[in-house]
Design a protein around this ligand. Sequence first.
Ligand SMILES: *Cc1c(COP(=O)(O)O)cnc(C)c1O
Length: 229
Amino acid sequence: MSIKERLEKIKERVFEACLRAGRKPEEVRILGAAKKQSAEKIREAFAAGLTLIGENYVQEAQKKKELLADLPLEWHLIGALQTNKARHAVKIFDLIETVDRPAIARELAKRAAKIGRRLPVLIEVNVGGEETKAGVEPEGLEALCEEILALKSLELRGLMTIPPFRPRPEEVRPYFAKLRELLAKMQQKFPEAPLKELSMGMSHDFEIAVEEGATIVRVGTALFGPRPQ
Ligand SMILES: *Cc1c(COP(=O)(O)O)cnc(C)c1O
């Protein structure tokens, strides 16, 4: 199957999930998770109608962005960010989805201010409480929101999660529901903040994520095919 055919299939499945959940399909954006995929594949996806790209590594994103500078793509960082990469990250990405601690928020704020930018961010939440996973624990979310909302060069747009892997996608549903509930709580606590994004769901489980309120689904292999090693 071509990338164009795969994207059509994914769009259909998002559409069906929206119908089941009584949601509007235009509330859900498909992000192409492009780690290890070539710039040519991204170009092919753009030609098929994809405009939102997610990258895990700052350097890899920088290279591909240069190769694709002629395309009006939107770039999100969806991988872990180290403090020493923040300076580059604020120049490359339109939005950073993986803010999970005050230190990285402050560093991004400082670097964004320096180049005169207000940088949109999401907070990554460790909804499964897994020790090996990045993300703030649900108990620490409110405090981190407060920290970020005090940083005027950052704009907090919502939450992101990578839930525990479960062989059956249906078993992931409670984690997606939990992220939705956490967003609702934060919207109540901070009514002035533009909190609306829920970035959740990958190739394996994006339909369940859409049923539970995802506004961004991050689809890699189902769109681009298997990742080259
Ligand atoms: C790789 C990746 C994805 C996409 O994973 P697939 O299973 O290939 O769809 C989504 N989100 C993040 C953070 C990733 O690193």
